[in-house]
Every structure is written in structure tokens, then in C-alpha cells.
Design a protein around this ligand. Structure first.
Ligand code: ATP
Ligand code: MG
Length: 234
């Protein structure tokens, strides 16, 4: 479904990604892990078209994404929930969620999509008229997820969805992600909660200083000595 081939990204002189490749098949839930600054967000931003690669190719459903704007890429079905959620705090929960359906091809279905989001996140339905900025961190993450779902993603890319959340809220978010995947959503998950992430995904990639250092079935990565010492603190 998605094939990232030999991507290199530079910020000025600094190579943030060097010859990175990654594959995602339909229905997969794939983990992308790595230390701070290893290039995880950069890789997501290249896929979503926010950043241009200096070389390499990204193939989405058989077609190269090169030259497409972030907007075109959204319309093609690749939706990113960015690190830090990026909500509009002074707008209501419902207004924030509806923003996800601004494209004409999903706008018509917005009322049904909104109902679906509220049934996935009943807590947001109760708070629909509240300002997004007044919600707890976990609830704000739900709004960010809900907004992404409004765009009818075929690939959902989640960048640190549990960052800064209390353990209980983080566990709830992971449960929701797992449920979305069970319902058929293809997901690329970046998270520093490595054990949790490798428990709910089927396949994983490990970035180290912009290089794809390891990849394999999540079950195997969990037992990998290097992963154990570097990311699981064992
Ligand atoms: N806009 C930018 N300009 C210059 N350097 C950048 C920019 N964005 C990221 N970098 C650098 O590129 C490298 C990779 O950053 P990136 O944000 O992709 O890492 P990350 O794995 O997502 O880290 P974190 O876990 O902290 O979110 C880092 O060294 C970072 O400082
Ligand atoms: Mg990041």
C-alpha cells in the first residue's frame, strides 16, 4: 500500500534521514520507534508531504507521491495526527473535529462521520460545545484522532499520541488505536512507549540517527537484545 524507498532528508547541512525505507500493507499496524531526534517525525512529515526529500521515492498504491502537496496527499487518503496534537484551543470540540472534513470529497459525509466519531469517543460527545483548550490531555488527543477520522483516512499516521499523558489516559489511547486497527484501519504509529507499541503492532522499524537500524516482526523486536537495552530499559 505504502512503500518508502531509500529516502534522504536534509535540514541544511544535517542529514536527518539517510536512505530510509519502509513498507506498509493494507490493514497493518506498523511501529516506528527510535530515540529523540532519530528522525521519526521527519519520516512522517516526508510521507505527508510537509517536507521534501532530497532523494528517494514514496509510492502510494502504485503511484509516486512526488510533487503532490500535503493537501493532495490528504485527499489521497494519508492522514497524519501531528506530534503535539495541534488543536485550535479557542474553538469547540465539535468545531475542531469538523475541521477534519473540509475536503469536498469527505465533506458530504461529515454528519455521519461526526456521529461515528462521537460513538467512538462518547466523552467528546458530552463535551462537544466545550473549548478544546479546556480538555484534559487525553481528551485533546481524542479530538485530534477524531479530527483525523473525519478525513476518512486509508493510512492513519500517529506521531506520539500518548506524549505527556498520564498512564491511564495513555492506556486508553492505545486501546482506541488497537480498536481502530481491528476495524481495518491501516496505521503507522510513532511512540516512545516502546513496549506498549511493540505489543499492539505486528511489524516494527527502529530509527537511529536517521538510519533504519532494525526492522522485523514486533514480537521479535521485543526480544531483540539491542531493543531491550536501548528502548525497554532491560
Ligand atoms: N525543521 C528543522 N530544522 C532543522 N533541523 C530539524 C528540523 N526538524 C527536525 N530537525 C532535526 O532533525 C533530527 C530529527 O528530528 P525529528 O523531529 O524527526 O526526530 P524525532 O525522532 O521525531 O524526535 P522526537 O522523539 O524528539 O520527536 C533532529 O536532530 C532534529 O533536531
Ligand atoms: Mg518527533
Amino acid at each position: 500500500m505504502l512503500s518508502v524507498e531509500n529516502i534522504t532528508v536534509c535540514y541544511g547541512q544535517m542529514k536527518a534521514l539517510q536512505g530510509v525505507s519502509l513498507e506498509i500493507s493494507q490493514g497493518d499496524m506498523v511501529a516506528l520507534i527510535g530515540a529523540n531526534g532519530s528522525g521519526k517525525s521527519t519520516l512522517m512529515n516526508v510521507i505527508s508531504g510537509m517536507i521534501q526529500a532530497v532523494s528517494g521515492e514514496i509510492i502510494w498504491e502504485g503511484r509516486p507521491l512526488k510533487g503532490l502537496s500535503p493537501d493532495n496527499i490528504c485527499q489521497a487518503g494519508i492522514i497524519q495526527v501531528p506530534e503535539g496534537r495541534k488543536l485550535f484551543p479557542g474553538m469547540t470540540v465539535e468545531e475542531n473535529i469538523i475541521m477534519g472534513a473540509y475536503h469536498p470529497n469527505v465533506r458530504r459525509q461529515a454528519p455521519e462521520s461526526l456521529q461515528k466519531v462521537f460513538s467512538t469517543f462518547p466523552r467528546l460527545a458530552d463535551r462537544r460545545r466545550q473549548f478544546a483548550g479546556s480538555l484534559s490531555g487525553g481528551e485533546q488527543q481524542m479530538v485530534a484522532l477524531g479530527r483525523a477520522l473525519m478525513a476518512k483516512p486509508r493510512l492513519l499516521m500517529l506521531d506520539e499520541p500518548s506524549l505527556g499523558l498520564a498512564p491511564k489516559a495513555a492506556a486508553e489511547i492505545f486501546m482506541i488505536i488497537k480498536e481502530l486497527n481491528k476495524e481495518g484501519m491501516t496505521i503507522l504509529l510513532v511512540s516512545q512507549e516502546v513496549l506498549e507499541t511493540l505489543s499492539i503492532t505486528t511489524y516494527g522499524y527502529v530509527l537511529e540517527n536517521g538510519i533504519m537500524a532494525l526492522k522485523g516482526p514486533s514480537r521479535e523486536l521485543r526480544e531483540n537484545p539491542k531493543v531491550k537495552t536501548s528502548y525497554l530499559g532491560l
